[in-house]
Unconditional design. Structure first.
Length: 280
């Protein structure tokens, strides 16, 4: 639950510092561009793509040791794309997603989203970015146990600038008849559908999914991936999914493969496959 509250800005959280193996890791002083405190973000300085990472590095320090989680990554994503970020554990996938979602900051390099320089945002602007522009779906659902499914979704809609109709969103994820149930009364797949509805309710620009099927069985996981793909197609929202399952690569418009903090390969699929066409 704390993870969800931080991403929405309810907790007023500063960007987190990731944990390294064996102890706490702290961010190395950044050499990234800055701007006057309280000034507006620079707009229009990015290129033509909706999301752009340019030379992005992330270094953590554990005592005297420095760990380079991202070693300088460059890529772009078009608006409305379904994107797969794939790689083994420790490849840098979650670090990349955390930076894109405003939960962590880059040590150097620039990130642009929809023309604004995300990497130059102040802490206050980053809280607003997480609150209004980004929807998060986690491996573990992070639902509030003493709220019904509808109330969990309603909580997110209260922080949106232009929230969607809650009942419409619940129906779109197949839960119109489960709105009054508490999380303990829902299956794992249903809880993840509530989490997706919660992320969509505030009408974000971007939907970020960190191993969204990792805690689900095969068939339930397939149904969740199908829902995410349909959400991307029908709503035109940009969806980014982290996975270690390389068999899912054909379902993405773009696939970014990471290895040891570097981009190993970028694959563009002109005709992505539906989840019903994949087996693993």
């Amino acid at each position: 639950m704390t993870q969800y509250l931080e991403t929405t800005g309810f907790a007023g959280a500063e960007p987190k510092r990731a944990m390294g193996v064996g102890g706490e890791a702290t961010d190395v002083a950044s050499g990234r561009a800055t701007r006057p405190a309280g000034g507006p973000p620079r707009v229009g300085e990015g290129g033509s793509q909706y999301i752009e990472f340019a030379g992005v590095k992330k270094v953590y320090r554990m005592g005297e040791q420095e760990i380079e989680a991202l070693a300088g990554v460059d890529f772009g994503i078009d608006k409305g794309q379904f994107v797969i970020i794939a790689g083994a554990s420790g490849a840098g996938k979650s670090t990349l997603l955390n930076i894109l979602g405003g939960m962590d900051t880059a040590t150097s390099g620039t990130i642009h989203l929809d023309g604004a320089e995300l990497s130059a945002y102040s802490p206050r602007q980053m809280v607003d970015y997480r609150r209004y522009d980004v929807g998060f779906v986690f491996q573990f659902y992070n639902l509030i146990p003493n709220l019904t499914a509808r109330e969990n979704v309603e909580l997110a809609s209260q922080v949106g600038r232009d929230p969607l109709d809650i009942d419409e969103v619940m129906a779109s994820v197949g839960l119109a008849d489960r709105v009054a149930n508490f999380p303990s009364q829902l299956s794992g797949g249903e809880q993840q559908r509530v989490a997706i509805a919660r992320a969509l309710a505030k009408n974000p620009k971007l939907l970020l999914c960190d191993e969204p099927t990792g805690a689900l069985d095969y068939n339930t996981g397939r149904s969740i991936l199908k829902l995410l793909q349909e959400t991307c197609r029908e709503r035109g929202i940009t969806v980014v999914v982290i996975t270690h399952n390389l068999a899912l690569m054909p379902m993405g418009h773009k696939v970014i493969k990471l290895k040891s903090g570097l981009i190993e390969e970028i694959v563009n699929n002109e005709t992505p496959l539906g989840i019903d066409e994949l087996e693993w």
